[in-house]
Design a protein around this ligand. Structure first.
Ligand code: SF4
Ligand code: SF4
Ligand code: FES
Length: 367
């Protein structure tokens, strides 16, 4: 039977001792899980070793930890594969530690209430329908429910929260799991508060526009929820469908980005900042008092960029167009010619991408 070494981060607040590392040898077939290894270490070597778990089948969402630096479910990670990954980093021990971005209660157990559940509550995670409820059930078109099924697959393990890079910088960020949950209601035709929800999340300085597209949440989610994709959908609903011009300049930044690519084919970085502050318009950024104020507050960043060579004065003044820019414009024209925005929901396509399922998935976004 293969033997593995688990290097586990230990912490017991009642001991008064700082966090420390402890190694345990366990014997298990490689297809068993890291959770099995931790439980074996607890049962045979130290009964105080703590981890939260229940189903052991990737359903209850209890056992998310960080394994070799990557957040995931301990019960869903084969110990043999974890060892191979550790070896690829030049280590012979599997490192297991609590998730990031949440306070540690004991050993591998983090305080989900303090961060994850608090953020989920922040997005009002229940339906807000208008008027009296129907006598019988609400009738909803199946394609609308397919649209939100991806977010409904969330098991609230918190892996995306633990891995989110924006949360590391801004602990107040609403975060991937809660924003994915928000889309579950924004995309539900029974909900009557869509615009209010979107405005609330767009105006929150720690809301929709705090995500930096790092993809960490997409990579670690064990259920394919792809929280970043749900955040992008919320943004498209807020900007394209409701035209919400938020005080965080999220609308302006997105518009500036899209317009600059249409014009130049590549990003004219020197114009991105002023245009973002001017709700997409360069002229507005130079006459609007609040835009001018924001631009002035960004001057130290600009000066640092110039000093470090990231921004050159030449590049700031002149940006060349792509030689075959007309092809980029052609793509824009094609997209603008569509009456409605079509989003592909690739979550439910069936094993073989069957015709019926594929067709339902394709029409899954209503606008
Ligand atoms: S993509 Fe956005 S929400 Fe997801 S982990 Fe990165 S910053 Fe966080
Ligand atoms: S979105 Fe995925 S990673 Fe995040 S809490 Fe839900 S299931 Fe876990
Ligand atoms: S123990 Fe339930 S998800 Fe791992």
């Amino acid at each position: 039977m293969p033997e593995y070494t688990l290097k586990i981060r230990r912490f017991d607040p009642e001991s008064g001792r700082a966090a420390y590392w402890e190694s345990f040898q366990v014997e298990l077939p490689p297809e068993r899980s890291v959770l099995d290894g931790v439980l074996q270490a607890r049962d045979t070597q130290d009964g105080s070793l703590s981890i939260r778990c229940s189903c052991q089948a990737a359903i209850c969402g209890s056992c998310a930890v960080r394994i070799n630096g990557r957040t995931g479910l301990a019960c869903n990670t084969k110990i043999g594969e974890a060892f191979e990954r550790a070896k690829s980093f030049g280590h012979d021990e599997i490192v297991v530690e609590p998730m990031g971005n949440m306070p540690v209660i004991k050993d591998l157990i983090v305080d989900m209430d303090a961060v994850h559940w608090k953020k989920v509550k922040r997005v009002v995670p229940w339906l807000l329908p208008a008027g009296d409820p129907p006598e019988r059930e609400y009738v909803v078109p199946p394609e609308s429910m397919i649209d939100v099924t991806q977010t409904m697959a969330c098991i609230h393990c918190g892996a995306c929260v633990g891995a989110c890079l924006s949360l590391e910088v801004d602990p107040e960020f609403i975060g991937p799991a809660a924003l994915a949950k928000a889309y579950r209601f924004v995309g539900d035709p029974r909900d009557a508060a869509t615009e209010d929800r979107l405005r609330d999340l767009a105006e929150d300085p720690h809301g929709l526009y705090d995500c930096t597209h790092c993809f960490a949440c997409v990579e670690v989610c064990p259920k394919g929820v792809a929280p970043m994709d749900q955040i992008m959908r919320l943004r498209r609903r807020a900007t394209a469908d409701y035209g919400i011009k938020d005080r965080n300049n999220g609308y302006g930044h997105e518009k500036a980005f899209v317009d600059l690519i249409e014009r130049y084919g590549t990003l004219h970085e020197a114009q991105l900042l002023p245009r973002s502050y001017g709700q997409g318009s360069l002229i507005r950024s130079q006459i609007d008092p609040s835009s001018l104020k924001q631009l002035a507050s960004s001057l130290p960043t600009v000066i640092n960029g110039l000093k470090s060579g990231k921004v050159s004065p030449k590049a700031a003044l002149w940006h060349h167009k792509l030689p075959d820019q007309k092809h980029v414009r052609r793509i824009y024209k094609e997209i603008h010619s569509k009456d409605e925005r079509l989003e592909l929901n690739l979550y439910i396509v069936g094993e073989s991408g069957g015709e019926t399922e594929g067709a339902m998935a394709e029409g899954s976004q209503e606008s």
